[in-house]
Design a protein around this ligand. Structure first.
Ligand code: DLL
Length: 439
């Protein structure tokens, strides 16, 4: 009889727990989190009061639907410390997500939260085949973004040798990778593909010792996985997470590569219909919603991610008993992720509003060229600019590009186009053309 393949499991007690035991752990942790949130976070308390829900009403996971949702706008409105459930002196780290106008999204982590997060990433690295004998090259950015520090901490926890490269500087990455003999890579899938193409162009593929990697922070497809795996001759595993819930490692793929195991002892995942907000059964695509079960700095209850996917509780051949989430196939809002930076069309709009010479019509065109995302912003000029001020066009163009760089945090190619040349729509304006083929 064919035996199931059992890959190394980092924390069998937590990852292979029988479902009933896990459910009672979740019930207990949910009650504690709701109580903490109600007692310490005025915004959430007011929201529960408005619904007539008291912490005692939430006894099990089945009561979750009674709780109000939380949203990214709550984090913006309460920036920076309004949603803290712990005293400021207990917060040991601030992490944030990139690319939001003015106020970024930040989350405060206690020592407990950093430990939990580290544990989640350690599980992901182990599931991708990592351990103390590995040399893990981290080329996610280090900083407010959770990718670099998150992967670093997880690799550290499994006892690997960590190479904290941060992002960029491809030649240097490749030099270190070949000289040190890195065996695992942690970065975005698009950057890994670019690294792979460059290594192949340089004729250095034979010098690599890479065997696998944890790739995430942006949507990617099965075709991209295959390309990446053949370019670098590795197993490429998906890893998912978000700053608000606990950075990378909220869910991760094992070497079966058949959906991401959700770290269910630390987070509860639900799928809802984004319009009716009603819970949907496993297997039905909808919006992913998370409740943290062990966070103490800034716990989140029913946090709407706006990411679209499905959940399944089908058993996995690896032996882990957690539910799994599919790849992210889209978003319910218009957020784009370009080179790992979260970009909202409204931010681009904000860069244009008070500029003379431009009309309020613009289009964002995203392409993936040589595995790198490129953003082009087309902006319509006013009639006056177009016919009378030709000499000022270049200055205006570079002013817009500078603004985008400083507000959004990424470089964009800006093109000023003639009046009335961008398509008009009668319904919702279509301002994005994403040619990256991510679905
Ligand atoms: O991207 C955390 C992370 C770092 C995950 C490194 C994985 C690896 P944020 O910057 O807060 O956090 O962005 C979160 O990124 O809501 C998704 O839309 C998207 N995202 C993250 N991982 C994946 C993935 C980090 N594996 C937002 N597939 C999320 C698709 C992903 N989208």
């Amino acid at each position: 009889m064919k035996q199931p393949k059992v890959h190394k499991i980092y924390n069998p007690e937590a990852e292979c727990m029988d479902r009933e035991t896990r459910r009672s752990l979740q019930n207990k942790r949910l009650q504690e989190t709701v109580k903490l949130e109600y007692e310490r976070v005025p915004l959430y308390r007011a929201r529960m009061d408005a619904r007539g829900v008291k912490p005692e009403d939430i006894k099990t996971v089945d009561d979750l639907y009674k709780l109000p949702f939380m949203e990214k706008t709550d984090l913006r409105d309460e920036f920076p410390f309004g949603l803290l459930a712990a005293p400021k002196r207990d917060i040991i780290r601030i992490q944030g997500s990139s690319g939001t106008t003015g106020k970024p999204i930040v989350s405060g982590y206690t020592q407990n939260d950093v430990d939990v997060w580290t544990e989640m990433v350690a599980r992901a690295i182990t599931a991708a085949g990592g351990g103390p004998d590995d040399i893990v090259q981290v080329c996610y950015g280090y900083g407010l973004f959770t990718g670099g520090l998150g992967a670093h901490q997880g690799a550290d926890r499994v006892g690997a040798m960590v190479v904290p490269m941060s992002s960029g500087n491809t030649q240097r990455q490749i030099m270190m990778m070949t000289e040190l003999g890195s065996t695992m890579l942690c970065c975005t899938p698009s950057y890994a593909t670019y690294l792979g193409e460059t290594v192949n162009d340089m004729g250095l593929k034979d010098k690599l010792k890479l065997k696998s990697g944890c790739f995430g922070a942006e949507p990617w497809t099965e075709e991209m996985r295959q390309k990446l795996e053949s370019l670098l001759d590795i197993d490429a595993c998906d890893i998912y997470g978000l700053t608000e819930i606990g950075g990378p490692g909220v869910a991760f793929e094992c070497l079966e590569k058949h959906g991401m195991h959700v770290n269910e002892d630390h987070v509860l995942a639900e799928i809802i219909d984004p319009v009716t907000e009603k819970p949907l059964p496993y297997g039905t695509p909808g919006e992913l919603v998370f409740t943290t079960l062990t966070k103490t700095g800034m716990p989140m209850l029913r946090y709407r991610t706006h990411d679209i996917c499905t959940l399944t509780d089908e058993p996995c051949a690896c032996g882990r008993t957690t539910i799994r989430m599919s790849r992210i196939t889209g978003r319910t809002d218009d957020m784009l992720i370009i080179r790992g930076v979260n970009v909202f069309p409204s931010q681009i709009e904000a860069c244009l509003v008070d500029l003379e010479g431009v009309a309020p019509f613009y289009m964002l065109i995203v392409d993936r060229i040589n595995s790198t995302d490129k953003l082009e912003v087309q902006v319509e000029m006013t009639e006056e600019m177009f016919s009378d001020k030709i000499g000022e066009i270049e200055a205006l163009r570079s002013k817009i590009a500078d603004r985008i760089k400083s507000v959004v945090g990424i470089s964009a190619k800006v093109q000023l186009v003639p009046p009335k040349s961008l398509p008009r729509s009668e319904g919702k304006a279509k301002r994005i053309i994403d040619n990256r083929n991510l679905h």
